[in-house]
Ligand binder design. Structure first.
Ligand code: AMP
Ligand code: MG
Length: 346
């Protein structure tokens, strides 16, 4: 049985958090909201507990988990040889949607980090997440609370769709504030590297670090994914809706023209087409979902809308892309992956 408890996100009910913390202490699983997406939590320092995350999600064991802390100082429990740059980032972005990768201490089980010598650490800002970690008296390992390969959950219903009967409790704190997973920055390499773009953007990180670069896979170089074993999670198919997805990027007018051409061709083949739009264009498609007009809205709605398309039995979904400035890079990274790199530039 999976219980779902609604919790006040501003003032989380202590009784419910205590119940959730007791489950974590018993080496079992609790899904909870963070400001990015819902996480599937287990005691990060207990290998038996962590293994249950991989089973419930059907997640490959070589895809490492992010460890969530409630106090900046807990970094020192988990990591060693912490470079100076880490302090800048922690000072500026903790708590918040930034994960940093550091050298791990032996207290962190191999299961948590998929046998890497490094550990990924984040301090969430969401009150429910912070209170749960504190009440559990241990750092909480929490990947996104979806079945592996599916769009990340931004609402408690999404977690229920994917993990019902596999976990004890879902804490429902309403839709998540940001909607995309955290930015991941590796600080164990010569030049700090963004492994996954998120709401803490490249532009925001630049002033805090002497040097910073993007992992090659973020720029859509699919071939690199197979050869660069640094962050194993990056090689798996992600966020995929049931129907095939295609993304069109470039000049706004060209995008409109290309999509209308595609709809025409697909209708000739009697295929049902859905559109994920970021403009007011009225396409002659079978279904249109508007992702939003600002990038923050698009980020917040993206995964929810990818899941909504699943109920419609479409043959193809076509998404209008955005430019890669600011959080646009994170949006395009998720769209690229969800489409299996079916991106057309016009
Ligand atoms: P999820 O929490 O499901 O969004 O997945 C966490 C992601 O964080 C993984 O897929 C990796 O890409 C990244 N990650 C976690 N731990 C590490 C690590 N030690 N080194 C590099 N990347 C990591
Ligand atoms: Mg995930």
């Amino acid at each position: 049985m999976t219980d779902i408890y609604k919790v006040n996100p501003q003032k989380p009910e202590k009784v419910i958090l205590k119940k959730a913390a007791d489950i974590i202490k018993k080496s079992r699983l609790v899904a909870f909201p963070t400001e990015t997406v819902y996480g599937l939590g287990a005691d990060a320092l207990n290998s038996n507990a962590v293994k249950k995350i991989f089973f419930a999600k059907e997640r490959p064991m070589d895809n490492p988990l992010i460890v969530h802390i409630a106090d900046k100082d807990d970094i020192y429990i988990l990591a060693k040889n912490i470079p100076k740059e880490a302090n800048n980032l922690i000072h500026k972005f903790f708590p918040g949607p930034l994960t940093i990768v550091l050298e791990k201490k032996p207290i962190v089980p191999d299961e948590t980090t998929a046998r890497l010598a490094t550990v990924a650490i984040r301090m969430p800002e969401n009150r429910i997440a912070i209170d749960l970690i504190q009440a559990s008296q241990t750092p909480i390992a929490a990947p996104s609370a979806n079945r592996a390969g599916r769009p990340s959950p931004t609402r408690a219903e999404h977690v229920f769709q994917d993990l019902k009967e596999k976990i004890d409790l879902i804490i429902d704190g309403g839709p998540t504030k940001l909607g995309l997973e955290s930015t991941v920055v590796d600080l164990t390499v010569e030049t700090p590297q963004i492994l996954r773009p998120g709401a803490v953007t490249l532009e925001m990180l630049k002033p805090e670090l002497k040097k910073i670069e993007l992992h090659p896979s973020i720029l859509g170089n699919h071939a690199d994914l197979e050869t660069i074993p640094k962050s194993p999670g990056m090689k798996y198919r992600h966020y995929a809706p049931k129907a095939k997805l295609m993304v069109i990027v470039g000049n706004r007018e060209n995008i409109h023209f290309k999509i209308e051409e595609l709809i025409h061709d697909l209708h000739m083949k009697k295929m049902k087409v859905g559109i994920a739009s970021v403009s007011e264009r009225k396409y002659p498609a079978d279904h249109i979902e508007n992702l939003g007009y600002s990038k923050n809205e698009i980020a917040k709605n993206l995964f929810d809308i990818l899941r909504r398309f699943d109920e419609l039995n479409l043959d193809l979904i076509i998404a209008e892309g955005v430019d890669e400035e600011g959080i646009g890079l994170a949006i395009m990274n998720r769209l690229q992956k969800a489409s299996g790199y079916a991106v057309i530039r016009v």
